[in-house]
Design a protein around this ligand. Structure first.
Ligand SMILES: Cc1cc2nc3c(=O)[nH]c(=O)nc-3n(C[C@H](O)[C@H](O)[C@H](O)COP(=O)(O)O)c2cc1C
Length: 171
């Protein structure tokens, strides 16, 4: 960075181009899940998940301040990170739109602090909420990993606004 970087100007800033630019970075796809009112399971599709620290074991993800499910994640002390397999594209879409019963037809079981574990996920991290940070129009959740499991299923991958398959060949 040079000292000449202009100050952020929201009037001329193009958030559509920012979205497209960020979309060039391929990610996995995750359902973050917790418990809400009356202990109901709550979850949403995210791709903002990433690893943070090995000691202590920390991960993070972010949620839009406008997301109806935010209050459940703020209030419950734990959540799960369910990393989706390439067979779980329809589940991904089911959790990517607002609904009172996103878990309808979904096979799941309670994990740490009753946070939902989605069956057949590629991998699951069971987390205690460690810190929450303000992040512009999102809130950043840092989780301490309490328990984890993984399989050798193939991941669901999101790149430039669509789902793609990971090539098996090493380069
Ligand atoms: C591939 C993909 C990735 C997404 N990543 C995020 C994310 O990281 N954070 C977020 O708040 N919403 C993300 N969303 C949008 C939410 O899934 C969507 O807004 C959902 O309706 C939120 O759940 P809620 O309405 O029950 O709160 C993503 C959607 C898709 C399809």
């Amino acid at each position: 960075m040079t000292g000449n970087t202009p100050a952020f100007d929201s009037a001329s800033f193009d958030s559509a181009i920012l979205r497209e630019t960020l979309g060039c970075f391929p990610t996995g796809v995750v359902v973050a899940a917790t418990r809400g009112d009356n202990n109901a399971p709550v979850g949403l599709t995210i791709n903002s998940f990433t690893s943070v620290s090995l000691d202590p074991p920390l991960i993070l993800w972010s949620i839009a301040l406008s997301a109806p499910s935010l209050s459940a994640f703020r209030e419950h002390p734990a959540f799960t990170i369910n990393i989706l397999s390439k067979e779980q594209q329809s589940l991904c879409m089911q959790f990517a739109k607002p609904s009172d019963n996103k878990f309808k037809g979904v096979d799941w079981r309670p994990g740490y602090q009753e946070a939902p574990i989605i069956s057949d996920a590629l991998a699951v991290l069971q987390c205690k909420t460690y810190r929450r940070y303000e992040g512009g129009d999102h809130e950043i959740f840092v989780g301490e990993v309490i328990k984890m499991d993984f399989t050798d299923k193939k991941p669901l991958v999101f790149h430039r606004g669509q789902f793609v398959e990971l090539a098996d060949e090493k380069i």
